[in-house]
Design a protein around this ligand. Sequence first.
Ligand code: GRF
Length: 197
Amino acid sequence: MTRKRVAILISGRGSNMRSLIDAAKDPNYPAEIVGVFSNRVDAAGLDFARAEGIATAARSHKDFESREAFDAAIDATLEEWRVDIVCLAGFMRIFSDGFARKWTGRMLNIHPSLLPRYKGLRPHQQALDAGDTVHGCTVHWVTPALDDGPAVLQAEVPILPGDTAETLAARVLVEEHRIYPEALALVATGRARLEDA
Ligand code: GRF
């Protein structure tokens, strides 16, 4: 089995990154994590990746004169790592059209809502404000429009009386950590493809 070469893009805590790294420790897992890129040099997730012996790159978008120039730096890093699949995990940047188009079909994101509901920021609060009784998370293909590509996997959690955005986020996060490695395995083995979604 040739394992797919995966890079993870983060901006912060990196708990989803960690779930992917842990899954890929199994030699039978169809993907290996070859690098972690962060747009914040102080992202906590970088320390974990380094401690695991994974290559890291941290470049602040603020040091670039345009979105395109920053994305070109990300792209150069991905090419250097010979990446097959990109996993966004709490990566808080919107891509230029060219970058998004280049990686379409090879790039996944996890978003803490049942897409197409509640794209963008504060999805947990949005679900509470709407009076929903069910919430969840989605691993989806990244296309040029924000949080818009078709789902690979979703998981639902109940919204309970007294929930706050924080308690709800914690319940959803458990499911995020479960479905992201599952979804990446589906994509890495070709069982999930954007053309079929
Ligand atoms: C997660 O809830 C993820 O779904 C969202 O941002 C959060 C990142 O958390 N896109 P972490 O950095 O993976 O811990």
